[in-house]
Write a protein of this length. Structure first.
Lengths: 122, 114
């Protein structure tokens, strides 16, 4: 039963990936911890699960002509470098305050995206 | 140059909070570079693929990946991604923007109460 729910959540994560360009980790990590994995194993395993999700999404979106390859490579490569620094900094910063600030930033971003969509003619 | 900065932000925040790079990359491509949502999200997926692949290599070396669980979620997700991409191509950008804004709100609330 738990595995059935895992499969369902996997599909939902994949649909989000195809729709919004998020990898699916947002759903993978909580699902994996709920299936009994520790936080570290869940995050590591989530990254592997992201790969088939992203490959199929990129293949389909590539067909639709939506992918800009060079910017994607630049963003991906820069992100790998920054992730190493971010992981080290994460241990020395007050994480709970940063988390709240980031959440507020996300809310402002959401408001701006919705506002622009609202003003845009359908 | 803008793309380098976007990548740096994405990598930094994803490592810091364990959020996927996508929720950083897509808004920045939408608002800072003013890309269309379809192009922004598709390019974000390709960028995340690179980041995830690099991350997996590191974790596999440390033996922290559980391949069976990755298959359990990743294979259904690949089918979902196929459907999601097709659905995105059919939905108006306006609708997608509202849905994406709603997703950001849900994630933000979850981070606030965590």
């Amino acid at each position: 039963m738990t595995y059935v729910l895992g499969v369902v959540l996997g599909i939902v994560a994949g649909v989000c990936a195809g729709l919004f360009g998020v990898g699916g980790g947002i759903l993978f990590v909580p699902t994996l911890t709920w299936l009994g994995l520790g936080q570290l194993h869940a995050e590591a395993t989530s990254l592997l699960a992201i790969i088939p999700t992203v490959l199929v999404g990129v293949w389909r979106h590539g067909r639709y002509g939506n992918v800009r390859w060079r910017p994607a490579i630049v963003i991906g490569a820069a992100s790998v470098g920054a992730a190493v620094g971010g992981a080290q900094l994460a241990e020395s910063l007050p994480e709970s305050i940063l988390r709240k600030l980031f959440a507020v930033l996300l809310l402002l971003t959401a408001a701006q995206i919705a506002w622009r969509a609202h003003r845009r003619p359908a | 140059m803008a793309f380098v900065l976007i990548g740096l932000c994405a990598g930094f925040f994803s490592a810091l909070f364990g959020v996927g790079g996508g929720i950083v990359i897509v808004p920045l491509l939408l608002l800072a570079v003013r890309w269309d949502l379809r192009v922004a999200s598709a390019t974000s997926l390709a960028a995340i693929g690179i980041t995830a692949a690099a991350g997996v290599v590191t974790y596999v070396v440390h033996g922290e990946v559980r391949p069976l669980y990755a298959v359990l979620l990743g294979v259904p997700a690949a089918f979902g991604s196929f459907g999601g991409s097709a659905l995105q191509q059919r939905l108006p950008v306006r609708t997608l923007s509202f849905l994406f804004a709603a997703l950001l709100v849900v994630i933000a609330i979850r981070m606030l109460v965590q």
